[in-house]
Design a protein around this ligand. Structure first.
Ligand SMILES: *Cc1c(COP(=O)(O)O)cnc(C)c1O
Length: 411
């Protein structure tokens, strides 16, 4: 029986979510639209299979097709990123990061990551996360003036602190990271270089962002952000760390892999290997830049002064509105984006002074520079009149009209 017949309640909510995704402007920098092919693979019978282990070395019987699916996913991931070995089993970005810690650290070991409030991830040493509870995080900061990473300061801090591992790769940092500088720092103190490319993996795959592969000891990534695959994650390593990485994922930190999701990842890598994905990645960055320029022209301030990626971080302070107020007002108008701390934020984490906007999802819909300008003008209207219900309704209509021209799934 179909879902509609067996569970009309959930079916109805999924249908409503589809219309909502279709009729709103999604500017959440960590979101995207996976293709129908990716979703078909992810929703397949492969969900019925246990496959603990790796292709050719399973702890369960009956994996003849599963082995091929996972082997293909691994081969495509290796080709896409030009890396020696890939592990496609991590269930999520947080799981991948847990496995990376498991591979290289003992509880109590010291590591360095960017402070959460400045764009680091929870798993990079937040006190409410295992990374901050079971390990000893030392935070590095962006420069107070430029709001960019200060590589000399990071080197200095690493020499003082002697961490065993250093993480780079963030959730809200609009500039390109200098992986070579991090490599030099790690070499100077004998630390492992862990690069978490969760946010910009699609840009790396599409050639719009430098690759960390020549420098990293271990790479973790989600597959559902700019890479546009199913919700999940992956890890990559040079030859010297291939075995320790695989062991850290299974049996170290996970049980049976989600082979249906791994099939979705294989499809995603195939899509990302096509020439059109290069065009996509380039357009994502172009679109973010146009959005940034338009917003700046309206009087907000960009953290770090610019973007070189898919995301921009806006300081709303000059507009006299908090991140929380902006997020709520924008959502009422059909513009979905999240509030975000900015470096050295004076507001509480639940309120914030900033908004984070990303261009990956709108670009997947086929939107280009013109639509970005239109989108920016709608955002500005709401930011300037956050309490004007009539105006928000009018913007909501404009949003729907704009979205109607760019269907998320064409049949
Ligand atoms: C999104 C993200 C994660 C976590 O991914 P989940 O799949 O949500 O667990 C980890 N690190 C960074 C840098 C991220 O942006």
């Amino acid at each position: 029986m179909s879902l509609k017949q067996t569970d009309s309640e959930i079916y109805g909510l999924i249908s409503s979510e589809l219309s909502y995704q279709q009729s709103t402007l999604r500017l959440i920098a960590s979101e995207n639209y996976a293709s129908k092919a990716v979703m078909e693979a992810t929703g397949s019978v492969l969900t019925n299979k246990y496959a603990e282990g790796y292709p050719g070395k399973r702890y369960y019987a009956g994996n003849r097709h599963i082995d091929q699916v996972e082997a293909i996913a691994i081969e495509r991931a290796k080709k896409l990123f030009g890396v020696y070995h890939a592990n496609v089993q991590p269930h999520s970005g947080a799981s991948a990061n847990f496995a990376a810690f498991y591979a290289f650290l003992q509880p109590g070991d010291k590591f360095m990551g960017l402070e959460l409030a400045q764009g680091g991830h929870l798993t990079h040493g937040s006190p409410v996360n295992y990374s901050g509870k079971w390990f000893k995080p030392v935070a590095y900061m962006v420069d107070r003036e430029t709001e960019a990473l200060d590589y000399n300061a990071i080197m200095k801090k690493a020499k003082e602190e002697q961490p065993k591992l250093i993480i780079c790769g963030y959730t809200a940092y609009p500039l390109i990271i200098d992986f070579k500088a991090f490599r030099e720092t790690c070499d100077a103190v004998g630390a492992v270089l862990m690069v978490d490319i969760s946010h910009f993996a699609g840009l790396v795959a599409g050639g719009a962002y430098p690759s960390p592969v020549p420098y990293a000891d271990i790479i973790t990534s989600t597959t559902h952000k700019t890479l546009r695959g199913p919700r999940g994650a992956m890890m990559m390593a040079p030859e010297r760390n291939a075995q320790i990485m695989d062991k850290a994922v299974f049996p170290g930190t996970q049980g049976g892999p989600l082979e249906n999701v791994i099939a979705g990842k294989a499809v995603c890598y195939h899509e990302a290997l096509q020439p059109e994905f290069k065009t996509y990645a380039g357009q994502v960055v172009k679109n973010a830049k146009v959005l940034a320029d338009e917003l700046v022209a309206s009087g907000v301030r960009l953290v770090a002064g610019k973007t070189e990626t898919h995301l921009i971080l806006v300081d709303l302070t000059p507009k006299g509105i908090t991140g929380k107020e902006a997020q709520v007002a924008l959502e009422e108008a059909g513009i979905i984006a999240n509030r975000n701390m900015i470096p050295f934020d004076k507001q509480k984490p639940f309120v914030t002074s900033g908004m984070r906007f990303g261009s990956a999802a709108l670009t997947t819909r086929g939107m280009k520079e013109g639509e970005m300008k239109h989108t920016a003008s709608l955002i500005v209207k709401v930011l300037e009149n956050p309490n004007d219900s009539e105006l928000k309704l009018k913007v909501r209509k404009d949003v729907e009209e704009l979205c109607a021209g760019f269907p998320i799934y064409k049949n």
